[in-house]
Write a new protein. Structure first.
Ligand code: ATR
Length: 265
């Protein structure tokens, strides 16, 4: 039985075990996927379990996506570029870290049939997921990416990795084609970024990386003002699909039955 694990903290609300266990069954793979709330000092031995083949695959979520890197033998180019690992496996006898968040974001946009070539974007936040979003936006042909964060200091690392990104003052929303909320504000129902978006021309795309709750205040306000909105559900589904593919060389199916199944307890 191939054991899989998602590590992070908090981990309670993750849908990763549900989706992967569903796909194992559908694809007749003798495997199990569990979640584990890890403290940072337990990461090293958990990764060693991959080498010892006690664990087959690991997904990594906040706040461990950077932390795991020091314990891995090898990184994919994307994991290196984003400094962020969400999928771990054993490859050629070594522990290998990969990043499927970039492709997850890209595919979620492709699904919308919206062309972002030569468009401009504003990313809100400077946390662990932001480098993946920046690379995805660049891959999608976005011409200009601005970023703003409550704490300006935290943007420095992102600026040095991506010098073409332009920092704007928190609250300075301008008039972009796509706005991406990559902050953690919205995870709790009543969370509100308290930003005034009323001046932004209608018909823009507002994207929230958060998928639970499905309609954050950020998206609700944008919807009320006539913008197109999308939450992080598809990004979650596609990053999971790509992780599954890395582990098992099968691209599992994403369909309405699966999406309904994930919504029901
Ligand atoms: P990660 O673990 O993904 O790296 P993080 O570093 O905690 O997450 O980042 C969360 C993001 O949400 C940060 O950009 C954070 O802004 P700060 O760098 O200023 O802390 C942002 N964030 C969290 N609470 C916020 C709030 N109340 N208002 C605005 N931004 C907030």
């Amino acid at each position: 039985m191939k054991k899989h694990l998602i590590i992070g903290n908090p981990i309670n609300h993750t849908l990763s075990p549900k989706i992967h266990n569903y796909w194992f069954k559908k694809n007749n793979i003798n495997a199990i996927y569990e979640k584990k709330n890890l403290s940072l000092d337990e990461i090293k031995e958990t990764i060693q379990n991959i080498k010892d083949e006690k664990i087959f695959g690991i997904n990594v979520t906040v706040p461990c996506k950077q932390e795991v890197i020091q314990y891995l033998d090898h990184l994919s180019p994307l994991a290196k570029k984003t400094n962020s690992v969400n999928t771990i496996l054993k490859k050629g006898g070594k522990t290998h870290g990969d990043n499927t968040d970039v492709i997850g974001f890209e595919l979620s946009i492709s699904d919308l049939k919206i062309n972002l070539e030569n468009k401009t974007a504003l990313v809100l936040g400077a946390g662990g997921v932001v480098p993946s979003i920046i690379i995805a936006l660049q891959n999608l042909g976005v011409r200009k990416i601005d970023i703003m964060n409550r704490t300006s200091e935290k943007i420095k690392g992102i600026k040095s990795a991506f010098p073409s990104i332009n920092e704007v003052k928190w609250g300075d929303l301008g008039n972009h084609d796509i706005y991406v909320n990559a902050t953690s504000v919205g995870l709790k129902e009543k969370d509100d970024l308290n930003l005034d978006i009323s001046h932004i021309e209608k018909g823009k795309l507002f994207y929230d990386v958060i998928y639970n709750p499905p309609l954050t205040k950020f998206l609700q306000k944008a919807k009320n003002l006539g913008h197109k909105i999308v939450n992080g559900e598809k990004m979650f589904l596609y990053q999971a699909q790509k992780a599954f593919e890395l582990w098992h060389n099968i691209s599992p199916k994403i369909d309405d039955i699966l999406i309904d199944y994930l919504k029901n307890d």
